[in-house]
Design a protein around this ligand. Structure first.
Ligand SMILES: Cc1ncc(COP(=O)(O)O)c(C=O)c1O
Length: 389
């Protein structure tokens, strides 16, 4: 079969399975609302959890600062060549001091971090144990790595311990990797338990706080701060692209691991560095979010109120964070539900396999501290009515 014919047939198959994706036409983004395909909707699909991306005053202030500094809009090369702007050092120093850790390293994105860290640190004599629901970028990282990997059942630490016990003494190093706040279920890893396990078995623990940063912890450092284990986790990663309303990502770690990554991590070495304008903005939003404790509380209260209202409609709503999924099971129902919600003025996107396991399609409601209860109050009844629960 010719190439064109094959990929066209594969696209038809995706359509048949309700898995076909298209790029939305986004013409405006304004605070709580977003214009998609010509329709103004309440945006319940943003990862800008603290609304920092829409903070007009902060944006205007930064635009003024930029005009004075005349930063280039490119860094023009890798950090190891000429792209290592002094703002990198400022940002990494701020991150290390905030987390009270020896060192931090900034990457181009969370995806770059996850596809680079595991392959750099592990080799064929090592083993990686990964939560079954870890993000695609972590899975891609494990696929690139030479080390074999196994998945433990989602949040099932007895299963993880079985795997650890079975692997003990057979590998040079065992790595455990998990998200803190799971991106598609909004449920939480038990980081205290994971730290105990990693200590018991001499494993290294890597925690991806992509959805925890800004939302959990006194200073928004994530679930590791809430659990009081910031110092015990070997590598904590976070992204600037979600609550921090910028671009890029980071990890905090020991100075030695930082030095090793700079020398071996391919997705760090072989890519153009971030532009200075972005680094400066990341520094600003990082510092700002530290002070946003009130917003964090409001966001988590809003989420728990919505969860209660959805559960009262007998809906299947896992998790315990600002990410509120409503499981439909069927792909077609998730797509239909999202369409009906759009008709009613709400943007909640359907999430289907392969992003989530088979038969667990859902709509994912992603809340922000700038939303009020009045904004989202009708949703629970609306969803209850549509799904006929
Ligand atoms: C858990 C997790 N890790 C990493 C990423 C990737 O981060 P980034 O968007 O900065 O590439 C995402 C989101 O896309 C995510 O949900």
């Amino acid at each position: 079969m010719q190439f064109q014919e094959r990929i066209s047939q594969e696209l038809d198959e995706l359509r048949r399975l309700d898995r076909y994706r298209t790029l939305p036409d986004i013409t405006a983004r304004n605070g709580k609302h977003i214009a998609v395909n010509g329709q103004l909707l309440l945006n319940l699909s943003s990862n800008d959890y603290l609304g920092l991306g829409d903070d007009r005053e902060m944006l205007a202030g930064y635009a003024e600062e930029l005009s004075g500094r005349q930063y280039a809009m490119t860094s023009s090369s890798s950090r190891l060549l000429t792209g290592n702007h002094p703002l990198y050092d400022q940002l990494e120093t701020a991150l290390a001091s905030l987390y009270g850790r020896e060192a931090a390293l900034v990457f181009n994105s969370g995806y770059h971090a996850n596809i680079g860290i595991i392959p750099a640190l592990s080799g064929r004599h090592d083993l990686v144990l990964s939560d079954r629901k870890n993000h695609a970028s972590i899975i891609d990282g494990m696929q690139i790595a030479e080390a074999p990997w196994q998945r433990y059942r989602h949040l099932d630490y007895e299963h993880l311990e079985e795997l650890l016990a079975g692997a003990a003494g057979r590998y040079r190093q065992i790595f455990i990797v998990t998200e803190s706040v799971f991106s598609m279920d909004g449920d939480l890893a038990d980081l205290t338990r994971l730290v105990a396990l990693k200590e018991k078995y001499g494993a290294l623990l890597i925690v991806d706080e992509a959805h925890g940063v800004g939302v959990f912890g006194e200073r928004g450092l994530g679930l590791c701060e809430t659990a009081g284990v910031v110092k015990q986790i070997d590598i904590i990663t976070g992204t600037f692209g979600k609550a921090l309303a910028s671009t890029g990502a980071y990890a905090v770690m020991s100075s030695l691991v930082r030095e090793y990554l700079i020398n071996t991590m391919r997705s760090f070495i072989f890519t153009t560095a971030l532009p200075p304008a972005i680094l400066g903005w990341s520094l600003l939003t990082l510092e700002r979010q530290v002070t946003m404790q009130r917003e964090r509380q409001a966001l988590l209260q809003l989420a728990s109120r919505l969860r209660c209202a959805l559960i009262a409609q007998s809906l299947d709503v896992p998790g315990e964070s600002h990410i509120v999924p409503v499981i439909t099971g069927s792909n077609a129902l998730a797509v239909a539900l999202a369409a009906r919600l759009r008709d009613a003025g709400f943007l909640c996107l359907p999430v289907r396999p392969p992003t989530v396991p088979e038969k667990s399609a859902r709509i994912r409601i992603s809340l922000r501290s700038t939303l009020r209860w009045e904004d989202i109050e009708p949703i629970a009844e609306l969803i209850g009515g549509i799904t006929g629960s």
